[in-house]
Unconditional design. Structure first.
Ligand code: SF4
Length: 324
């Protein structure tokens, strides 16, 4: 990482959990690592990693016998391949529970894919006789983290090679950081409503359903205590943000933003914007193209428009709008 940039951003690095082998540490069962250059070289300019190797932290050596997820009568278990009587499920689950307070301070978590401990999404499972099964599972440690923190932005390093998933995850981390900062400061209902007003077009782009749900909830904000309002809002916001709205969702949000500007743009400017949004919809240009023009026009618009997170949800340097 660029040391100059690191010192500039040291105050604002976001705490993000990560599987230790992704940072190049040789902690895997075979003594190797699974370095993710994207995590180490690019995201680390913005994220302060809190690394963990669950298998080492439950006391296993390096190297060690390999383990896998096995579909047993007791459910999916993490068993050693060589000696399946060695079951590490409880130890890995309890490790996650013991870290609950420290994980609560994180604003995202990047897990190693396909691991019986760390895999967060589609980990291969096996029949006790050794045959692979169609069922997919989650690593025991990651699964407990996901259960304890359903709103925490989580991704696997392997999936971060996909431009849309990468952009979505980084957006969620920055959003969650700002939301938690507000939530932890005992906000008023008005502050929560103001926070949401800045996220409107972003949430609209990801999920119309969640956009409407959040609107309905906040329209009745006075019916709830602030902690309940904050908790329900967080659930809707972070669940909605997991969705990939794709070109369709983004085009819809861009068109709404264009509508907001209609009184301040000339006919020529409107036509340019319409053409660019259409080119984006057709896949001819990336999202950065219409958004750059919308950002340019934001000087003519109100503060409400200018503070919309969708205009810049993550640092420009990461170039995440250039490839979606
Ligand atoms: S995948 Fe998880 S448990 Fe396995 S080596 Fe990496 S950090 Fe350790």
């Amino acid at each position: 990482m660029n040391e100059e940039k690191k010192s500039q951003t040291a105050q604002s690095l976001i705490p993000v959990g990560i599987s230790r082998c992704l940072l190049g540490e040789e902690v895997r069962y075979n003594g190797g690592h699974k370095l993710s250059k994207f995590c180490r070289d690019q995201l680390s300019s913005w994220f302060e990693y809190v690394d963990t190797c669950p298998e080492v932290e439950i006391g296993l050596p390096i190297p060690r016998e390999a383990m896998r997820l096995v579909n047993t009568e007791k459910g999916i278990r993490v068993l050693e391949i060589k000696d399946p009587s060695k079951d590490y499920t409880e130890a890995l689950t309890q490790l996650a529970e013991g870290k609950e307070a420290s994980i609560d301070k994180l604003r995202g978590f990047i897990f190693m894919q396909n691991s019986p401990s760390c895999g967060a999404f589609r980990v291969k499972t096996y029949h006790p006789n050794g045959n692979s099964e169609n069922t997919l599972g989650k690593g025991a440690f990651a699964q407990r983290v996901l259960e304890l923190f359903p709103n925490l932005p989580v991704e696997e390093a392997g999936r971060l090679t996909d431009a849309a998933l990468r952009e979505n995850f980084v957006t969620r981390v920055f959003l969650y950081q700002e939301w938690r900062h507000l939530k932890d400061s005992n906000p008023s209902r008005d502050q929560i409503i103001k926070f949401h007003s800045n996220q409107k077009y972003l949430l609209m782009a990801k999920s119309q359903r969640h956009y409407k749900l959040a609107g309905k909830l906040l329209a009745r904000a006075g019916n709830y205590s602030v902690p309940i309002l904050a908790s329900r809002y967080e659930m809707i916001l972070m669940d909605g943000m997991k969705r990939l709205g794709g070109r369709k969702g983004n085009t819809n949000a861009l068109q709404h933003m264009q509508g907001y500007l209609k009184k301040v743009l000339s006919s020529e400017e409107k036509a340019d914007l319409t053409n660019l949004i259409e080119s984006y919809r057709l896949g001819e240009v990336p999202l950065i193209a219409p958004l750059t023009l919308l950002r340019h026009y934001s000087r003519k618009a109100s503060g409400y428009y200018q503070s919309q997170r969708i205009l810049e949800p993550h640092p420009k340097e990461l170039g995440l709008y250039n490839s979606i």
